[in-house]
Design a protein around this ligand. Structure first.
Ligand code: SME
Length: 160
């Protein structure tokens, strides 16, 4: 099975139209991504950026439990993506100096930022037990989903 980003984005928009908040959309997105490819996506989660503490806080995930519920900006692959304001596709995590292991089985990792322009809200994080598991297509699909999530988060923040 492959990730059908268009279908996920539409489902998220339907939820927005029905008045669901980002919390529900973030859970739906993680579940949909995880279910789309359980042969490559072995852990899927969302971390949200806590600006005040400069930490990523784990919002929700599908996969084995992890003790890394809070990751400082700049630490790990997750924190590096935020510090460098970029998505990261790491084909071999054992070659990454700044890697924080959640599961021993993980071999590759993809981070796609949830952002609206310069504003970073968080990230979608996927771990795979396969080496070099992620393609540009994965990144593009996840960016479409991340953009829809960012739209909702931005709308909620404007109302605060
Ligand atoms: N590997 C990540 C930590 C998060 S876990 O993959 C769930 C990192 O290096 O930042």
């Amino acid at each position: 099975m492959a990730l059908e980003a268009g279908i996920v984005v539409k489902a998220l928009q339907v939820m927005r139209d029905e008045g669901h908040l980002s919390d529900a959309l973030l859970r739906k997105a993680v579940r949909s991504v995880a279910e789309s490819d359980d042969e490559r996506y072995h852990w899927v989660g969302v971390y949200l950026l806590n600006e005040a503490d400069q930490e990523l806080w784990l919002h929700n995930y599908v996969g084995p439990g992890t003790e890394h519920s809070k990751i400082p900006v700049g630490k790990g692959i997750c924190g590096r993506a935020v510090a460098e304001r970029t998505n990261l596709n790491v084909p071999d995590v054992s070659k990454e100096e700044n890697y924080i292991a959640c599961q021993m089985e993980t071999q590759s990792e993809l981070i796609v930022l949830i952002r609206a322009g310069d504003e970073i809200y968080g990230q979608i994080d996927i771990d795979s037990d396969d080496m070099d598991a992620f393609t540009e297509e994965d990144e593009t699909s996840l960016m479409a989903i991340a953009d829809k999530l960012a739209e909702q988060i931005a709308a909620e923040r404007r109302k605060e």
